[in-house]
Write a protein that binds this ligand. Structure first.
Ligand code: ARG
Length: 309
């Protein structure tokens, strides 16, 4: 929650988070499943690991917890842990990838959750790329469609994670996952690049988040929206300097992160972390129960609020 400080500036407070990460030991660009990936461009895996270690150390220095899932040889994109699952109130919805190249990651992530104390683990039945396409804000789940996650997956997401799903359609292939186009800064505040969304989705964002921070195209194109926020510190690609200035103006502490090698795979800081929302917090249990009651009444005709294009 923002608080006014004596200087009149808005002070922001951080909340400790738990993240799951995967060291990019086997990172490579061997295929192309997004516009950023060019197998002809050389990748320095050692440098990717060193850059990733700085990201991990930065999160630890801010007081967050980082758990690690073992990287699997032959799965070069497994470093992008955000895609492994969506974890809300301790419930884990494991990804179902669009491309066969990433398919085997689902089993690796599911196994990690099952062996680390998560009792509720379910695999998505339709294409669903985890937290890459599902962000939690205002108690709802903002879910993308257009490039990866299918709208047809929303019904399971709502029923299993017990949160309302608001569908958002992505239209620019540079921003193929929701977390490349929009970032949740705290429970109420987001930042996004308007050009990444369909007109109807944009109208929904404007209505829900009238005070959102808007990114310029140049910052978005530097993957500036692929940011990790704890409510106060915002870790974003170092190149997104315009966005960093806007964040500072709004009372956040931007921290530039250099992840040039992983960007060759189409990812930035946020893609490398999966937030482990282990606990039911902030009245979420009551909200979820009330929501479950409502949807049971509205029953079989459960409708996700997908605004489409
Ligand atoms: N090469 C990966 C893919 O195309 C990059 C994933 C980035 N992850 C993310 N959460 N945006 O699937």
């Amino acid at each position: 929650m923002p608080e006014a400080t004596c200087s009149g500036r808005v002070g922001r407070s951080a909340r400790r988070r738990g993240y799951l990460m995967c060291r990019p030991t086997f990172f490579a660009v061997e295929y192309s499943i997004n516009q950023w990936m060019d197998p002809a461009v050389a990748v320095d895996t050692g440098l990717a690991v060193r850059q990733w270690e700085v990201l991990r150390a930065t999160l630890l220095s801010l007081g967050h917890t980082v758990e690690l899932v073992e990287p699997v040889p032959g799965l070069p994109d497994m470093v992008f842990a955000a895609n492994g699952a969506t974890v809300v109130d301790g419930r884990v919805l494991v990804a179902n990838f669009r491309h066969r190249e990433r398919d085997a990651e689902s089993a690796a992530y599911a196994a990690w959750f099952r062996t680390h104390g998560y009792a509720e683990v379910q695999r998505a039945e339709q294409v669903n790329e985890g937290e890459g396409d599902h962000l939690v804000a205002r108690g709802h789940i903002l879910a993308a469609n257009g490039f990866r996650t299918e709208r047809s997956s929303y019904a399971q997401t709502e029923a299993y994670l017990l949160r309302r799903v608001l569908g958002l359609t992505l239209v620019d292939p540079r921003f193929y996952h929701l977390d490349t186009a929009l970032s949740v800064l705290d429970d109420e505040q987001i930042m996004y690049f308007p050009g990444a969304f369909s007109p109807n989705s944009l109208a929904l964002l404007e209505q829900l988040f009238p005070d959102a921070i808007l990114a310029e195209e140049s910052d978005a194109a530097a993957l500036g929206l692929n940011a990790i926020s704890d409510g106060r510190h915002v870790l974003l690609p170092a190149e997104a300097s315009g966005l960093a200035a806007r964040l500072a103006q709004a009372g956040y502490e931007p921290i530039g992160i250099e992840l040039g090698e992983l960007r060759k795979g189409g990812g930035g800081p946020k893609c490398c972390v999966l937030e482990l929302r282990r606990n039911v917090v902030d009245g979420a249990a009551n909200r979820a129960a009330a929501y479950a009651r409502r949807t049971r009444t509205a029953a079989r005709s459960t409708r996700t609020s997908d605004v489409g294009a």
